[in-house]
Design a protein around this ligand. Structure first.
Ligand SMILES: [Zn+2]
Length: 147
C-alpha cells in the first residue's frame, strides 16, 4: 500500500519529468509515443537520464531541493539534553558527549543509528534511499505542499 507521502512524491516527480520512449528515444509529453504509440514509457528527468519508474527521479529531485539531516549533530544534541554536560572519570572531567563518542565510537554509531531509526518510526524523519540519508519529514511536506 502506498503511503500518502509516497503518492505526493510521485505526483511531484511527475510534474518535473517527461515520459520518454526508450525505443524511439523521444520525449512523449502526452504519455503516448507519437511514433510507436506505446504507453509503456520511461521517465526522463532532464539533466539526468531516463529511468523506469519514478523512484530515481524522486531521489534526484529531493536531494537537489533539501539538505539531508546531520545525524551526528542530532544525536549529539540528544545526548547533551539527556546527560550532564561533563562527566568525571577518576580525577579527570570530560565533556560527556565527546567522551562517549571518543571512548567507544562503535557504540556511539550504534546508538546514533538506533536513535535515527526511532525518529523514522515516529515519521519525524524519512529516508528515500534505504537509510543512507534522511530528511526531516516536515521539510519534505513543506516542499511538496508548495509545489
Ligand atoms: Zn516510441
Amino acid at each position: 500500500m502506498k503511503t500518502e507521502i509516497q503518492e505526493k512524491l510521485e505526483t511531484f516527480a511527475r510534474k518535473r519529468t517527461i515520459p520518454y520512449c526508450s525505443s524511439d528515444h523521444i520525449e512523449c509529453p502526452t504519455g503516448r509515443c507519437p511514433k510507436c504509440f506505446s504507453d509503456d514509457l520511461m521517465t526522463l528527468h532532464r539533466g539526468y537520464g531516463p529511468d523506469w519508474g519514478l523512484e530515481t527521479a524522486i531521489r534526484e529531485i529531493i536531494s537537489e531541493e533539501l539538505t539531508p539531516i546531520n545525524t551526528d549533530e542530532i544525536f549529539e544534541e540528544l545526548i547533551r539534553d539527556i546527560y550532564p554536560e561533563t562527566t568525571t572519570i577518576g580525577y579527570l572531567t570530560y565533556d560527556t558527549a565527546t567522551a562517549l563518542r571518543e571512548l567507544d565510537p562503535v557504540a556511539w554509531d550504534l546508538a546514533k543509528s538506533e536513535h535515527i531509526d526511532s525518529l523514522e518510526s515516529d515519521e519525524q524523519v524519512i529516508s528515500l534511499d534505504g537509510g543512507c540519508t534522511h530528511f526531516w519529514t516536515h521539510d519534505l511536506e513543506t516542499l511538496l505542499e508548495h509545489e
